[in-house]
Design a protein around this ligand. Structure first.
Ligand code: ARG
Length: 457
């Protein structure tokens, strides 16, 4: 049975049907579709548009369909165009004529707008949990590594010493923002489009506020044409997911570098590594590489939907059916990446000694040496020049600033005293950085306390 056969004199061409149909992918939200229908008939009965008996029969029928799809007894019939037509057809088949009243005061346009919103809202809640797990994992690593020293980089060149906790704190901030962004979107999108009809509302006395409250929305949407053609919340979601993938990808890139033979800062657990079919010695960071690689498809979904939406006149147009496949793919991709990445991180081994040794060479304490001079009255620009000369001397001698004898220091500037060595010790360099946001222990402990609060709320 077709929902719209009445005014047609011919069967739909099979290729047209296949091209037009969305059941193969919109079946993904059968639960949301059925939940929306149950709310709709509940409201219709409250308004006296259906009797209570009709409502009960329809709801029982819908619940049976949902159970049978979930258990696999009921298979999707590809002869149906989409999930909405499929559920309605099965309902009519099962409960007879009363099933034909389900679609009273509703169009597939507001129905699909509702289903996709419900689906996205549920997925945002899943994503929120996954982001929480990731934040918790980062927090645990931070807590244990407040004094694990490592080089901080700019331009991928050693810059100044930091701690592993401080480095990971940067990612904590990123994923916290990702979580907040999704929360903002959820709040903004949480209005119910059902009752907008095809585009211009309906003449039935629908109680849209009631339907909205049944479905956990903050209220009904305010303009029926916007309701059926707004896909902003999907674009916002894809944008937030793209940013989240960009963060994951950067983190992956660092882990790939840190896991390389040259760095050896970390060892990815065997359970999260893969081998080579030819080179027996290889242990590859495939998971990190794949997460980095999959970032592209999430960006692709955003670009694709932005492009789809840009030329569409009000109100609903079939182009909008294209919002689904790539959004589903993007959401599933991000969920998979978050779960795997968190697992990889939680099992990763940090080679503290290697990190610390790396921070000790590469002149990461050169700024602190200059600051020493400044603290003894030398203008910073002069201090910069003096330390530059000393670094050059150390490079020639192949030693670090810590190893340069005091008389060499004093040849270039008599300001240096024995306490220069204490001033440029790596621990001193880190621990004296206690301004808000800096890697010093005290500053980090304060930040950690606030992270704990975020995680508890
Ligand atoms: N499968 C359609 C979609 O995803 C459902 C809405 C169909 N509405 C219509 N007027 N053809 O957009």
């Amino acid at each position: 049975m077709k929902l719209w056969g009445g005014r047609f004199t011919k069967e739909t061409n099979q290729l047209v049907h296949n091209f037009n149909a969305s059941l193969s992918f919109d079946q993904k939200f059968y639960k949301q579709d059925i939940g929306g229908s149950i709310a709709h008939v509940t409201m219709l009965a409250k308004q006296g548009i259906l009797t209570d008996e009709e409502k009960d029969t329809i709801i029982a029928g819908l619940q049976g369909i949902e159970a049978d799809i979930t258990s696999g007894i009921l298979e999707f019939d590809e002869a149906q165009e989409d999930i909405h037509s499929f559920v309605e057809a099965v309902l009519i088949d099962r409960i007879g004529n009363v099933g034909k009243k389900l679609h009273t005061g509703r169009s597939r346009n507001d129905q699909v707008a509702l289903d996709m919103r419900l689906y996205t809202r549920d997925e945002i809640d899943e994503l929120d949990k996954l982001l929480f797990d990731l934040l918790q994992t980062i927090y645990n690593i931070m807590k244990e590594n407040l004094t694990t020293y490592m080089p901080g980089f700019t331009h991928l060149q050693k810059a100044q010493p930091v701690t592993l906790a401080h480095h990971f704190g940067a990612y904590f901030e990123m994923f916290l923002r990702d979580r907040d962004r999704l929360k903002d979107i959820r709040k903004r999108m949480n209005y119910c489009p059902l009752g907008a009809g095809a585009l211009a509302g309906t003449t039935y006395p629908l109680d849209r506020a009631y339907t909205a409250s049944l479905l956990g929305f903050d209220g009904p949407t305010r303009n029926s044409m916007d309701s059926v053609s707004d896909r902003d919340y999907l674009l916002e979601t894809l944008s937030a997911l793209s940013i989240c993938m960009m963060h994951l990808s950067r983190f992956c890139e660092e882990i790939i570098i840190w896991n390389s033979n040259e760095y050896r800062f970390v060892d990815i657990d065997d359970g999260y590594s893969t081998g080579s079919s030819i080179m027996p010695q290889k242990k590859n960071p495939d998971i990190a590489e794949l997460v980095r690689g999959k970032t592209g498809r999430v960006y692709g979904a955003l670009t694709s939907l932005l492009t789809t939406m840009k030329g569409i006149p009000l109100a609903y147009n079939k182009d909008m059916q294209e919002d689904k496949e790539m959004t589903f793919d993007a959401i599933d991709t991000v969920k998979g990446c978050l779960a795997l990445f968190t697992g990889m991180l939680a099992t990763m081994k940090f080679n503290h000694d290697v990190m610390e040794a790396s921070a000790k060479n590469g002149f990461t304490n050169a700024t602190d040496a200059a600051d020493y001079l400044v603290n003894h009255g030398v203008p910073f620009r002069d201090a910069h020049g003096i330390i530059g000369q000393l670094v050059l001397l150390c490079i020639e001698k192949d030693i670090s600033l810590d190893e340069l004898p005091l008389d060499e220091y004093r040849k270039i500037s008599p300001v240096f005293e024995e306490d220069i060595y204490e001033a440029i010790r790596m621990q001193t360099c880190v621990e004296r950085r206690n301004t808000i946001g800096a890697p010093g222990l005290q500053a980090m402990q304060e930040v950690l306390a606030s992270y704990k609060k975020f995680l508890e709320n």
